[in-house]
Write a protein that binds this ligand. Structure first.
Ligand SMILES: [Zn+2]
Length: 573
C-alpha cells in the first residue's frame, strides 16, 4: 500500500512543523498550579497555561506546560488560585464621568446630597457649571426632587446633575435662568419639563428635555476626556475587565481613544456603537424614513468599520434607543404602570423596521435599548422584519437591558438569534428597586423583571454588562448579585424573586464567552485555549466553590490583557 509510507512521511513533516512552531513561539510566561476555568468545552479545566506575546500557546497539565518552557521563561506559581477568561462588560459608557464632575452614586439622604454638592462646589471654585450624576429618587423626601434642594446650597452657579440612569436630571434655579426655561416653555418631543402645581418648572427634566439644559453646559475638553479615559480604564482593569462594548459612542470622543492607542496606553479592548436616531423627534405621525440623514450616517459608519478592525478598537455595531426606564415611567409597556402611563416609545415601528433593515443589509449589528415589554416587542419585530426583508441570518442583533420582557416573546430571541444584553446589577434589590421599580410594575411583571434565568432557560445567548456609569462595573459584586438576588447586606432574606437566580458558572459564561460571542470575537477571545488572546484574570478565591457571601470578599489579583499585566494586586508576586 502506498498510503503507509506517505502517511509516515506526513507525520514526520507535521512533527517537524509543530516543533518549528513551538520554537518560534517562545513561551514568555508559564502560569502553573492553578485552577484554570477555560470556558472551552474541549477542555473546561486545566492546571497550567503558557503565554507567548499576546497569545495563549497552550493550556494543559503542569507537566505539559513546563515541557514547553525555555530557560528564560517566567514561571508564575498560581498556588491553586482560580483563573478565568478576562471579563467582558457588554454594555457600558466610556470615557465616563469627568474628573471634573461630581459623582453622586451611593448618596442616600437629602442631607448627604446637599453636603456632597456644597463640598464639591467649594473644592472646584472655578468651574462655571457644576455637573455630574448618580443620584437616585430614594434620597429625596417622598421620592420627589426639586430645584430648591440645590438652590439651598448652590444659589449662585448653575448646577445640573443627572439621575443614575441618565434618563432624567435636576437643575437649580440658576441653570433654569441661563437656559431660559420658564413655566411657559413647552415640552420638546420625547421629553418632559416637570412642572409643579403652580405651573413653575421644578427643575426636573426627563429624557429629551435634558438637552434644553445640556446645550448650555460647556463641552468637555479633549484633555478632560483623555484623563477620564485613562483613570477609568485603570479602575476597570483592577476589576478584572479586559474587553468592553461601548453602548453609545459619540464620535467626537474617538480621537481620545486613538490617542490612548497611539500611546500604547489602552488597558481594555473597545468595541464601539455609534447612534442611530429616529426621524426628527420620532413623532408617530411622521412615517417616512429620512433617507439623506441615515445614508450620511451609514457612509460614516462604513468608513469607521473599515478603519477600525483591530482587536483593540473595533467598529461594526450601531445603537438605538426605543424607550426610557421603568423608574422614570418612560419604559414603553403594553399595560399601564401601577399609577398610570405606559411610557414613551421613541420610534414608530415602521421607521424602526426600515432603519434596522438598512443597517442589517449593510452587515451591521444593531443594538436596541428596550426595557419595557412593548419596546422589547418592537425591537424583536424590527429584527424579524430585517431578517425577512434581507434574507439575512447570523447578525447577532441585540436587545439592550431587556428588563421586563413579555414571556411569550422569549422564544423569539432564540428563533431570531437575538442576544439579550442584560445588566447583572439591575437585579440588586436596593431601595430604588423595592420601593420604586417593583411597585410601578406590579407583582406580575416584577416577578420576572431582570430575571436572568428566564433567558438562560429559553436558550438565549446572554451577555452581561453593567451600564456603567449608571452602575458600578465590578463583575464580582454583580456575580454575587445574580447568584443571590440580595443586596451586599444580605437583604431581602432569601432574595428578591429568588426564582431568577443563576449559578456562578452561568454568570461567568455571560461575562466571558457570551460577551465575546456578542461582539463577534469568539474566535480570538472569551475562552482560554491555544491560539486565543491572552486575556485572563487571577482571583483570590475560587468563587465556584465558596459561599456566595464570600464572593464579595474576593479580589482580583492579576489582570492580563494581550499577554500584558494591566493590573496587579500589590500582594500578588
Ligand atoms: Zn446604557
Amino acid at each position: 500500500m502506498r498510503t503507509k509510507p506517505l502517511h509516515a512521511f506526513f507525520v514526520v513533516i507535521s512533527i517537524a512543523l509543530w516543533c518549528a512552531q513551538a520554537v518560534a513561539q517562545h513561551v514568555d510566561r508559564a502560569f502553573v498550579n492553578g485552577k484554570i476555568w477555560t470556558e472551552d468545552d474541549a477542555r473546561p479545566q486545566a492546571q497550567a497555561m503558557a503565554v507567548s506575546g499576546d497569545k495563549i500557546v497552550a493550556v494543559g497539565t503542569n507537566e505539559e506546560i513546563k515541557a514547553l518552557t525555555a530557560a528564560d521563561t517566567a514561571i508564575v506559581d498560581l498556588q491553586g488560585r482560580l483563573v478565568v477568561p478576562g471579563f467582558q462588560d457588554s454594555h457600558l459608557h466610556f470615557p465616563g464621568l469627568s474628573v471634573n464632575e461630581i459623582d453622586l452614586h451611593g448618596v442616600e439622604t437629602l442631607k448627604d446630597f446637599q453636603q456632597h454638592l456644597a463640598d464639591f462646589a467649594k473644592a472646584h471654585p472655578s468651574l462655571p457649571w457644576i455637573t455630574g450624576h448618580g443620584w437616585g429618587y430614594s434620597a429625596f423626601p417622598k421620592q420627589t426632587v426639586d430645584k430648591k434642594y440645590i438652590d439651598a446650597v448652590i444659589p449662585d452657579r448653575p448646577v445640573y446633575v443627572a439621575e443614575r440612569d441618565g434618563h432624567m436630571g435636576l437643575a437649580n434655579s440658576k441653570a433654569l435662568q441661563i437656559a431660559g426655561i420658564t413655566g411657559a416653555t413647552p415640552d420638546p418631543p420625547n421629553g418632559h419639563i416637570m412642572k409643579g402645581e403652580s405651573g413653575e418648572p421644578t427643575g426636573e427634566f426627563k429624557e429629551a428635555a435634558q438637552d434644553l439644559i445640556g446645550s448650555h453646559i460647556p463641552q468637555r475638553s479633549n484633555d478632560d476626556l483623555y484623563e477620564s479615559l485613562l483613570q477609568h480604564m485603570e479602575e476597570a482593569a483592577a476589576a478584572g475587565l479586559t474587553s468592553v462594548q461601548d453602548a453609545y459612542t459619540e464620535l467626537d470622543t474617538l480621537p481620545v481613544f486613538e490617542r490612548a492607542a497611539a500611546a500604547n496606553a489602552l488597558k481594555l479592548r473597545f468595541r464601539f456603537a455609534p447612534p442611530i436616531l429616529p426621524k426628527e423627534g420620532g413623532a408617530p405621525t411622521e412615517h417616512k424614513l429620512e433617507k439623506s440623514l441615515v445614508e450620511a450616517d451609514l457612509t460614516r459608519y462604513r468608513e469607521l468599520r473599515d478603519t477600525f478592525q483591530g482587536t483593540l478598537l473595533k467598529f461594526g455595531s450601531i445603537k438605538g434607543f426605543l424607550d426610557g426606564t421603568v423608574d422614570a415611567r418612560t419604559a414603553a409597556m403594553f399595560e399601564p404602570y401601577v399609577g398610570g402611563g405606559t411610557g414613551i416609545p421613541f420610534w414608530e415601528q415602521d421607521d424602526l423596521n426600515k432603519t434596522v433593515a438598512l443597517y442589517d443589509k449593510e452587515g451591521f449589528q444593531v443594538l436596541l435599548h428596550a426595557i419595557g415589554d412593548k419596546a422589547i416587542n418592537m425591537a424583536l419585530n424590527a429584527f424579524e422584519y430585517a431578517a425577512k426583508t434581507n434574507g439575512t441570518t447570523g447578525r447577532r442583533h441585540r436587545v439592550e437591558h431587556a428588563e421586563v420582557p413579555r414571556l411569550s416573546d422569549l422564544p423569539r430571541f432564540k428563533q431570531l438569534g437575538v442576544i439579550a444584553s442584560t445588566q447583572a446589577m439591575f437585579a440588586n434589590p436596593d431601595a430604588t428597586v423595592l420601593e420604586n421599580f417593583a411597585p410601578l410594575l406590579g407583582p406580575a411583571r416584577a416577578s420576572h423583571a431582570d430575571s436572568f434565568r428566564i433567558f438562560d432557560e429559553a436558550g438565549i445567548v446572554q451577555a452581561f454588562g453593567s451600564d456603567w456609569g449608571v452602575f458600578p462595573f465590578e463583575p464580582l459584586p454583580a456575580i454575587y448579585c445574580v447568584v443571590t438576588r440580595m443586596t451586599p447586606e444580605g437583604t431581602p432574606q432569601g432574595g428578591w424573586y429568588p426564582k431568577g437566580r443563576i449559578s456562578v458558572e452561568a454568570a461567568l459564561r455571560h461575562y466571558t464567552r457570551d460577551g465575546a460571542y456578542a461582539s463577534f470575537d469568539e474566535d480570538v477571545r472569551g475562552t482560554l485555549a491555544a491560539g486565543k488572546l491572552a486575556d485572563f484574570v487571577v482571583l483570590s478565591s475560587d468563587i465556584l466553590t465558596i459561599p456566595p457571601a464570600d464572593i464579595l470578599k474576593t479580589k482580583v489579583l492579576l489582570t492580563v490583557m494581550g499577554g500584558k499585566d494591566t493590573y496587579r494586586d500589590k500582594n500578588f508576586r
